[in-house]
Design a binder for this molecule. Structure first.
Ligand SMILES: Nc1ncnc2c1ncn2[C@@H]1O[C@H](COP(=O)(O)OP(=O)(O)OP(=O)(O)O)[C@@H](O)[C@H]1O
Ligand SMILES: [Mg+2]
Length: 251
C-alpha cells in the first residue's frame, strides 16, 4: 500500500476498514465525493462518519437536500440500532441533520432563477455550518444541485459545484458530498470531468459472482495522502459499516 503521510491532520471516518484504506482517515478539509448506485449506502456511510466525529466532540452537520431530516434520522436509527446515543448527540448540538430550507419544487427553469436558487441553497448551508461551528459536513446529495443548475448544462453545473466547494473551503470544513450514479455496476460507473475537481472520490458499487452479490468500496482518488488501490467488500450492520480491507494497520 502507498505510504500515508503521517504529518497530515486527518478526520477519521470511524469505520476501521475505511480508515485503513485511507492510511488513517480523510485529510482535514478535503472535499470528498461519495458516489454510488441507488441504495449502495451513500447516505448511511456519510451519516456514520458524522456520528463518529460528533462522538469525538467534533461538531458535525448532515445537510439533506432530498429527504426530510426527521426521516433521515428515523432511517439511520432503525438501521444502526447499536448507535443508541444519536438523540443525545443531537441534543448536545454535536450532531445536526438539517435540510436547506429552499423549496426546490418551486424553482422554475429560468436561468437567473436557477442561479439565485442555487445561491440560496449554498447560503443556507453556510448559515447552518456557521451556526454550529461545524467541522465535518455531509451534503446529500449533489444530484439535486445538478437539476437546479440546469439540466444538461455542464458549464453551469461545474460553476455551481465550484461555488459550493469554494464556500466549503472558506469555512475550513471536511466535507462528504454524495452523488447518485445510474447503475450499481462498477463497469457502468464513469467519472465525468467535473468530478475530478474534488479532493477525493469514494465509489460504492455491486459485484456479482456466481452465487452472490457483494457490495464494494473503492478509493478512486484522495489528495494529500496515500490510499488503498484495492476494492474492499462492505456490509451495513446494526453496528455500522464493516469494510473488509486487505490493508494492515500500519499507520
Ligand atoms: N433500516 C434499515 N435496516 C437495515 N439496513 C438498512 C436500513 N435502511 C437501509 N439499510 C441498508 O442500507 C442501504 C441503503 O442505504 P442508503 O439509503 O444509504 O443508500 P443510498 O446509496 O443513499 O441510496 P439512494 O441512492 O437511494 O439515496 C439498503 O440497501 C440497506 O442495505
Ligand atoms: Mg441516499
Amino acid at each position: 500500500m502507498a505510504n500515508g503521510n503521517t504529518n497530515t491532520e486527518r478526520v477519521a471516518t470511524g469505520i476501521s476498514g475505511l480508515d485503513l484504506m485511507l492510511t488513517g482517515g480523510i485529510p482535514a478539509t478535503n472535499q470528498v465525493l461519495v458516489a454510488g448506485g441507488p441504495g449502495a449506502g451513500k447516505t448511511m456511510l456519510c451519516f456514520e462518519v458524522l456520528y463518529h466525529n460528533a462522538k469525538q466532540g467534533i461538531p458535525s452537520l448532515f445537510v439533506t437536500l432530498e429527504e426530510d431530516p426527521q426521516d433521515v434520522l428515523k432511517n439511520v436509527k432503525s438501521a444502526f440500532t447499536d448507535f443508541t446515543d444519536i438523540d443525545e448527540l443531537v441534543e448536545k448540538k454535536a450532531l445536526k441533520v438539517t435540510s436547506s430550507f429552499v423549496p426546490v419544487g418551486s424553482i422554475g427553469s429560468d436561468q437567473l432563477e436557477l442561479i439565485s436558487a442555487f445561491q440560496k441553497i449554498v447560503s443556507s448551508i453556510e448559515g447552518s455550518i456557521n451556526e454550529m461551528h461545524a467541522k465535518c459536513v455531509a451534503i446529500d446529495s449533489l444530484s439535486l444541485l445538478k437539476l437546479v443548475s440546469t439540466e444538461g448544462d455542464a458549464l453551469t453545473y461545474r460553476r455551481a459545484l465550484l461555488g459550493l466547494m469554494a464556500s466549503l473551503r472558506k469555512l475550513n470544513v471536511t466535507a462528504l458530498l454524495t452523488i447518485e450514479m445510474k447503475s450499481l455496476e462498477r463497469k457502468d460507473i464513469e467519472f465525468s470531468q467535473e468530478f475530478f475537481i474534488f479532493d477525493g472520490i469514494l465509489v460504492m458499487y455491486q459485484s456479482e459472482s456466481q452465487e452472490k452479490r457483494t457490495l464494494n468500496l473503492e478509493v478512486v482518488k484522495m489528495r494529500r495522502t496515500g490510499h488503498s488501490l484495492s476494492f474492499a467488500p462492505y456490509e451495513i450492520t446494526s453496528k455500522g459499516f464493516r469494510v473488509f480491507t486487505v490493508e494492515q494497520d500500519s499507520y
